[in-house]
Ligand binder design. Structure first.
Ligand SMILES: *Cc1c(COP(=O)(O)O)cnc(C)c1O
Length: 384
């Protein structure tokens, strides 16, 4: 079986994890956590970062620090992994769902239209006319490592005075190579950026995440909240309700080794994407979705688009599976999921279309060139 995506742990992972075990620092204190945070800061060229237990935890903290309170609202994409949205509910707030663009990222033209036509900017903040609730933030996901239209979204969030949270959980290493934010990484442009090091992401710590932000004070607060809000460690004084969200030293040891490999992984991912693309361009009915050409994208996941209406997505998935090729449909749209059916969804159109015609295809960094050739041959042989 050619798997969709598996981790690649052939560098210093074992050495550092063994070192962490021998040091007997395995929990939330220890050298590797500091090292990992410092290396993340250096890599992303930011001043403030904390490592935490998961990308979901990072998003939760970002929302909390953005002032998201019970009965307020957050704009989110409907086409994404549900972990980008659930933390809105953890805080007792409500999501409003937006459509996607042709890069599968949040549609910023519809966002602008929504602000203009559906909201009013008052002294109390930005009010959604339909629900009468106050909108506090927008979550933008850089889907599959593809840089979203963050420049345009930031203009809107600045104009309407709400917070911008970048869910860069899939996009570590994606950076602008042109435009206003040339040289800046996905996750470092908004008020907060969240990263994930779950097993399927471009680098992994088994499970883990990081939060970055423009404000040193905010990130300090995030660290405090992530470590049970200890106001006095000796006497167990807690002036706030905190969380157990800190990354462990064992996870961080993996992370330090994985980060050493990140640029190599991205190079391989880009090379494999180009190899697929060249071969797929020769077969009718399929194409690969493009990445943002203003960015060096990390090419984490590849999206095979079925352009021929006669090919059914699920039949294709089964056909590939029979030929030992694992693929996956993109996520069931969140505004259609049980906990979110009653939430507002604004003119969702493209997301439905892409949901029905996109499959993610094998993209591991250790994918062989022969496998790419084989996968494309199998695709070309499909009986229509
Ligand atoms: C993976 C992922 C998350 C959550 O990250 P975890 O580390 O698994 O908690 C959030 N949003 C998106 C878009 C993701 O792909």
């Amino acid at each position: 079986m050619i798997p969709l995506s598996v981790p690649n742990l052939k560098g210093n992972e074992e050495k550092y994890v063994v070192d962490a075990i021998r040091s007997e620092w395995v929990s939330a204190a220890g050298n590797y956590v500091n090292r990992f945070e410092n290396n993340i800061k250096k890599y992303l060229k930011v001043d403030n970062a904390i490592a935490c237990q998961s990308g979901t935890a990072a998003i939760h903290l970002a929302l909390k620090l953005s002032g998201v309170t019970p009965h307020s609202e957050v704009i989110v994409p409907t086409l994404t992994f549900i972990a980008a949205v659930n933390p809105v509910k953890y805080l007792g707030a409500e999501p409003v769902f937006m459509d996607c663009d042709d890069g599968l990222n949040l549609d910023c033209e519809k966002l602008e239209q929504f602000f203009k036509e559906e909201c009013t900017l008052t002294k109390k903040g930005l009010i959604n006319k339909t629900t009468n609730r106050c909108i506090k933030a927008v979550v933008v996901v850089h889907v599959f490592g593809n840089m979203a239209a963050i420049e345009e979204v930031k203009e809107l969030t600045d104009k309407y005075n709400i917070k911008l949270i970048e869910d860069a959980t899939e996009a570590l290493g994606t950076c602008f190579i042109a435009g206003k934010y040339k040289g800046k990484f996905a996750g470092t442009i908004g008020d907060f950026g969240a990263y994930s090091f779950n097993g399927n992401k471009i680098i992994t710590t088994g499970g883990g995440g990081a939060l970055v932000g423009g404000s040193a004070k905010d990130i300090k607060m995030a660290k405090y909240l992530s470590t049970q809000a200890k106001d006095d460690e000796l006497y167990y004084v807690h002036d706030n309700i905190g969380y157990n969200y800190r990354m462990s030293n064992l996870q961080a040891a993996l992370g330090v080794a994985q980060l050493e490999k990140l640029e190599e992984f991205i190079e391989i991912k880009i090379k494999n994407y180009e190899a697929y693309k060249a071969k797929i361009s020769n077969i009718n009915g399929f194409s690969l979705l493009k990445f943002n050409d203003k960015a060096r994208n990390n090419h984490w996941f590849y999206s095979l688009c079925i352009d021929n209406n006669e090919i059914n997505r699920d039949e294709l998935l089964q056909y590939l599976l029979k030929n030992q090729i694992q693929t996956r449909p993109i996520w069931k749209l969140i505004h259609t999921q049980k906990p979110y059916k009653n939430n507002q969804a604004y003119k969702i159109e493209k997301a439905i279309d892409y949901y029905n015609k996109v499959l993610n295809i094998p993209c591991s960094s250790n994918l062989k060139q022969e496998s790419i050739g084989y996968i494309v041959r199998v695709l070309g042989n499909i009986k229509k």
